[in-house]
Write a protein that binds this ligand. Structure first.
Ligand code: AMP
Ligand code: ZN
Length: 212
């Protein structure tokens, strides 16, 4: 869990590489559906472009379908879900049904000033998914992916205006979810302001506390 720009995507990629489990990012799934112009993608776009949350019904159905796939039987990482209490309640049911209840919640905390810098400087590779930042993690050649030479893109919702809306959604709808998980003792606070490797080290230490 964490606001836009807190490092969820970057850390998720590192976690799944370590744990060999599927990375379930609802934001990525919506963007993929949009690219394919499915009805789900076009519906989600109405909300995403404004920085608003996609309605629970649509989001929950999409995650449910994904969690029922065989590769989730050995565990999974959710990135950007749940973002509302209704999603959290549904997840509890789904996770129990597949015999994989939540073991840990990682909450990435980052100040608003830094979120703004990270979001407005964020650039993505459309080919390999690599995440760059013009200020903190620039590619070797400006605008070009180090891995494959593809031209980097900027997300449509990565503007200061949309970020304000996304942060408000996070405060209004997602903070209560974190509180809910806190009362269940699942939350590990991660200081997301440090260098990538230091943030990841904190995460690995947190994961070690729930390893069987
Ligand atoms: P993200 O890539 O996680 O920043 O998500 C991008 C956008 O996708 C969000 O601003 C929402 O519009 C939508 N989205 C992603 N995950 C969810 C979710 N769990 N519930 C509702 N909307 C979501
Ligand atoms: Zn690339």
């Amino acid at each position: 869990m964490g606001a836009a720009g807190s490092g969820k995507g970057t850390m998720s990629a590192k976690i799944v590489a370590l744990e060999h489990i599927p990375h379930i990012s609802t934001g990525d799934m919506f963007r993929a559906a949009l690219k394919e112009e499915t009805s789900l993608g076009l519906e989600a776009k109405k909300y995403m472009d404004k920085g608003l949350l996609v309605p629970d019904e649509i989001t929950i159905a999409m995650v449910e379908e994904r969690l029922r796939k065989d590769d989730c039987k050995a565990g999974y990482l959710l990135d950007g879900f749940p973002r509302t209490l209704a999603q959290a309640k549904s997840l509890e049911k789904m996770a129990d049904e597949i015999g994989r209840p939540l073991q840990i919640v990682l909450n990435l905390e980052v100040s608003k000033d830094l979120l703004i810098k990270r979001i407005t400087g964020r650039r993505l590779c459309p080919v390999c998914g690599a995440i760059y930042n013009t200020e903190f993690n620039p590619p070797k050649v400006e605008g070009i992916c180090d891995n494959d030479g593809a031209a980097l893109i900027q997300r449509k919702d990565d503007t200061v205006e949309q970020l304000e809306v996304r942060l408000k959604e996070h405060n209004d709808n997602t903070r209560p979810v974190i509180e809910y998980y806190r009362t269940h003792g699942l939350v590990h606070e991660i200081n997301g302001e440090q260098a990538t490797d230091d943030v990841f080290n904190q995460i690995v230490n947190a994961l070690d506390t729930v390893r069987n």
